[in-house]
Design a binder for this molecule. Structure first.
Ligand code: 13P
Length: 251
């Protein structure tokens, strides 16, 4: 956490919940006292974007994100949604390059780069996910993988104020095996150094780099105390009441 960068907490609901349970989560956010210094974004399944964004419309600092978008403006892409459809439904962010999109649905860096370009052109903020598999970390290739992924974003970004980088080591996602604060901090610092060398020192100093992977109400405070961890992308715990504790972890 740093004084210059606004803390960011995202909730990625993935393919979980239903109208009743997700409405209850939005109700909880609406009725909770949330730290005004934290930017909160929830990413529900696409079919609930419109109802949750209108439910949260009056809540300051809470916005809604698509979990994914397609790079084309329209066309024969059964099952996909475009950036303008996400915007129509009240989204102001889109998560791109999530490890499940990469490793379950086979999205490539090239495709994620194309999505980045289209998403930024449409006026959505990109939550740009990167992260290595366990085998990459064991073989010392964490930054090799992260740099390949970062490069695909960099080639398609002009305005980095519209990008939040989410470092989500694949081995920590949904496993309960959270990265230690030391491991997460070291990797965030390496990402920031890469940005400084390959984009600019100004961008490196201002871009939020958030951590994702088994974050919960208990481990968030120590992670948040690291100087280069600027927030979280939370999966499972974002569906639970402790999401509010994660948002308020610096209060
Ligand atoms: P978990 O918090 O369930 O590990 O998921 C993290 C994640 O993938 C957020 O995008």
């Amino acid at each position: 956490m740093s004084a210059e960068r606004k803390f960011f907490v995202g909730g990625n609901f993935k393919m979980n919940g239903n109208l009743e349970s997700l409405t209850a989560i939005a109700d909880r956010l609406n009725s909770s006292e949330l730290d005004a210094n934290v930017e909160v974004v929830i990413a529900p399944p696409a079919c609930y974007l419109a109802s949750l964004s209108s439910q949260l419309a009056q809540k300051e600092n809470v916005n809604v994100s698509a979990e994914n978008v397609h790079q084309a403006a329209k066309g024969a892409f059964t099952g996909e949604i475009s950036c303008s459809m996400a915007l129509d439904c009240g989204a102001s962010y889109a998560i791109l390059g999530h490890s499940e999109r990469r490793h379950v649905f086979g999205e490539t860096n090239k495709q994620i780069g194309e999505k980045t370009k289209a998403t930024l052109a449409a006026g959505l903020v990109v939550i740009a996910c990167i992260g290595e598999k366990g085998e990459d970390r064991k073989s010392g290739n964490t930054m090799v993988v992260c740099v390949e992924q970062l490069t695909a974003y960099k080639d398609n970004v002009e305005d980095w104020s519209k990008v939040v980088i989410a470092y989500e080591p694949v081995w920590a996602i949904g496993t309960g095996e959270v990265a230690t604060p030391e491991i997460a901090q070291e990797t965030h610092l390496n990402i920031r150094s890469w940005l400084s060398d390959n984009v600019s020192p100004e961008v490196a100093a201002s871009v939020r780099i958030i951590y994702g992977g088994s974050v919960n109400g208990k481990n968030c405070k120590e992670l948040a105390s690291q100087p280069d961890i600027d927030g979280f992308l939370v999966g499972g715990a974002s569906l639970k009441p402790e999401f509010v504790d994660i948002i308020n972890c610096d209060c």
